[in-house]
Design a protein around this ligand. Sequence first.
Ligand code: SF4
Ligand code: F3S
Ligand code: FES
Length: 248
Amino acid sequence: MGYQGRFRVWRGDADGGGLEDFTVEVNEGEVVLDVIHRLQATQAADLAVRWNCKAGKCGSCSAEVNGRPRLLCMTRMSVFAEDETVTVTPMRTFPVIRDLVTDVSYNYAKAREIPAFSPPKGVAPGDYRMSQVDVERSQEFRKCIECFLCQNTCHVIRDHEENKASFSGPRFLMRVAELEMHPLDEADRVPAAQSEHGLGLCNITKCCTEVCPEHIKITDNALIPMKERVADRRYDPIVWLGNKLFRR
Ligand code: SF4
Ligand code: F3S
Ligand code: FES
């Protein structure tokens, strides 16, 4: 049975805005995005919301529900009590364009700062060989749908605009780790992880991992192993020399 749900939705743009209250019909089996669409259709035709697949796969509908970073299309209304007010706000870490839509171009700029996969010269793409364990390791990271919820959540930039220039965020530190762990990648990613992508600013709070809709173990499987590689180079001259001379 449907009911009348209470919603508080942030409306505004780069110049400012605030929360507005609405009462919207909610039906069984619906997700927050369904209700936002009904709100658009019936009461607020100009409400801006970004979405695409409605299946948790495009990463477009990221926002915050009751202060928690979430995909609007994967957040079931049944997790809230019928008399609860559900507050929907845009991601806090990125500048608002309008209403629930934020400008996530910080992420694209960080993606471009990572040098591309560098396979060995002279080996044709069809001749690349790698072991199954290495395939599986990077497969976890490649589940990323680029929703940027982890980027939005990480405290290093969430309330510290000044850190954005020097910190790539968990999603892109994970990309650096993925390439560094790739047996066919010939670039040395370790020094840049620290000096250019800001790995040292991560103090492994794991908040990024907690919000990842793909359940990627960002901290345990990408960030900590990458930190270990940095530490090995720094504190163990033998490992450092070995890496220099015999790496791969
Ligand atoms: Fe989203 Fe997870 Fe990818 Fe981060 S790692 S962008 S939370 S899918
Ligand atoms: Fe941020 Fe994740 Fe590290 S939340 S501090 S990148 S463990
Ligand atoms: Fe594609 Fe939500 S609309 S992930």
